[in-house]
Design a protein around this ligand. Structure first.
Ligand code: ADP
Ligand code: MG
Length: 481
């Protein structure tokens, strides 16, 4: 924990380690809910920000991805909320639809303790009409992207006259994406008497400008991006350029992790690595800027539901994604910025899984030794190099993901719910609960993960049966889909 001395801003105190939520002014129902969610102790950013946020203070909070920032502002905005008042009382601005969806999901989980809190997401790429209808039905909390929120404000379909909490989540990323003016437009329309919470993984210059214009003597809280020692095991290998992509395949065959996130510095490298890995029989998907939203959604669903072993991504594409259970992170290229390296490896061995040690594999060529040196300085630890030759295959079996994904044509618009799909698989089709994994219902399609060994049969039986009284088209997603 460290506090930044910004002129005109006060600093905060160091939190007690392993602080429980019980020390906060939260309702007994909320404390019980947190326990049910498995949130036993506060993360450092929660412990540092929540006591102040619950007092109504404006905050600038900076902490790495995966540090629990959503609950930090989620609990604060819920504390300000009166569910019996039918008006939008909190607005969370996020850079992308995916992040908005994740934030909305987490807020809904946190809000289970109160009655009927309505959370509506407002993001681009979806017709305005449905969103307007959701707003007319009454919303307490709006989570959205700046552009689309502005659209609704201009049309008069969103009224924020009763707003009491404004949250800027992933503020650095929103600034990267050129949203400064949009954020400013929205913030100017919020009531003056409100609490503003700004969350960010890094602290670029634009943040101070936002704070100056739209926040009231905010406190700045920084949780340094150092991981608990021993939580992440790092291994470094020196490679020649010609060996680099093959070395990633060697590491996968050697460690055989169920889920791996591989970071590349460029989109071209992502594409190449995806091709090389698929060529060698790994189930690998690539995530980079140019994919259409629908393709991105599908890639993420398949990785998160464990039907794809390796996700290859750029930093920007992977930013903020909340994917639990990552056994391994690979730095295919050395991150040019040491802070970025620390964020990348923090994806393995995550919050709330203190007992699980993460594994970070790093490949570096001679040209990258300068960047390696900066990482050593930041981590205050010397790099130990291992010989590439130790990465021998641990088995002659190919590394296959445990699950496979079935895509069902039809989603929320057809009123399909996860329970309907689970019911169809475990009822009529005769599978067990254990053979079914995550179910994601999107607007127009539904994805269900099933045990790989029964995937083809499950697709056949679902197509032959009915969901919500209707027959549905079902397709088993293959790697080249
Ligand atoms: P960030 O926004 O900082 O990237 P998230 O808010 O997405 O991080 O949280 C990362 C993960 O940690 C989520 O899966 C969340 O449910 C979990 N989490 C948050 N707070 C706690 C806690 N106090 N105890 C255990 N898990 C937590
Ligand atoms: Mg976040």
């Amino acid at each position: 924990m460290a506090c930044r001395d910004n002129p005109g801003m006060t600093t905060s105190t160091t939190p007690t380690p392993d602080a429980g939520f019980g020390m906060l002014a939260l309702s007994p129902a909320m404390l019980e809910n947190l326990q049910a969610l498995g949130y036993a102790t506060m993360t450092p950013i929660q412990a540092a920000s929540l006591p102040l946020a619950l007092l109504g203070r404006d905050l600038i909070a900076q902490a790495a991805t995966g540090s629990g920032k959503t609950a930090a502002f989620g609990l604060a905005l819920l504390a300000n909320l009166n569910p019996r008042r039918f008006a939008v009382q909190a607005l969370v601005l996020c850079p992308t639809r995916e992040l908005a969806d994740q934030v909305a999901t987490e807020i809904r989980r946190l809000a289970r303790a109160a009655d009927n809190v309505k959370v509506v997401t407002l993001c681009g790429g979806v017709p305005l009409r449905g969103q307007t209808a959701s707003l007319e039905h009454g919303a307490h909390i709006v989570v959205g992207t700046p552009g689309r929120v502005m659209d609704h404000l201009e049309r008069g379909t969103l009224d924020i006259g009763a707003l009491n909490t404004l949250v800027l989540d992933e503020a650095d990323r929103m600034l990267d994406m050129g949203f400064f003016d949009d954020i400013a437009t929205v913030a100017r329309q919020c009531p003056k008497e409100r609490q503003t919470l700004l969350f960010s993984a890094t602290y670029p210059e634009g943040i101070a400008r936002l704070a100056q214009q739209f926040m009231r003597s905010p406190r700045t809280i920084t949780v340094q991006s150092q991981h608990a020692p021993g939580r992440i095991r790092q291994r470094w290998y020196e490679v020649r350029e010609t060996e680099r992509l093959h070395a990633v395949a060697q590491a996968l065959a050697h460690f055989r992790p169920a889920s791996t996130l591989s970071f590349c510095n460029t989109k071209a490298r992502c594409r190449d690595l995806g091709d090389v890995l698929r060529g060698q029989g790994f189930s690998a998907l690539a995530l980079y800027g140019e994919l259409e939203q629908r393709e991105r959604d599908q890639v993420l669903v398949r990785f998160a539901n464990r039907s794809c072993s390796v996700l290859v991504a750029t930093d920007v594409a992977a930013r903020g994604l909340d994917i639990a259970q990552l056994e391994m992170v690979v730095n295919v290229d050395v991150a040019p910025d040491a802070e970025v390296h620390v964020h990348r490896i923090g994806r393995t061995g995550r919050v709330g899984q203190a007992d699980v040690q993460g594994l970070a594999i790093n490949f570096a060529s001679l040209d990258e030794m300068g960047a390696v040196g900066r990482i050593e300085q930041l981590q205050k630890a010397q790099t130990h190099w291992s010989p590439l030759g130790e990465l021998t295959p641990a088995s002659s079996e190919p590394l296959a993901p445990p699950m496979a994904t079935l895509q069902i044509a039809g989603g929320r618009k057809e009123k399909i719910r996860a329970g309907d799909v689970l019911g169809a698989l475990t009822g009529e089709a005769g599978f067990t609960r254990e053979q079914v994994g995550r179910i994601n219902v999107n607007d127009f399609s539904t994805y269900v993960a099933v045990d790989r060994r029964i995937a083809a049969e499950a697709a056949r039986r679902l197509s032959a049966g009915r969901i919500k009284g209707r027959t549905v088209k079902v397709r088993l997603l293959e790697l080249d889909d």
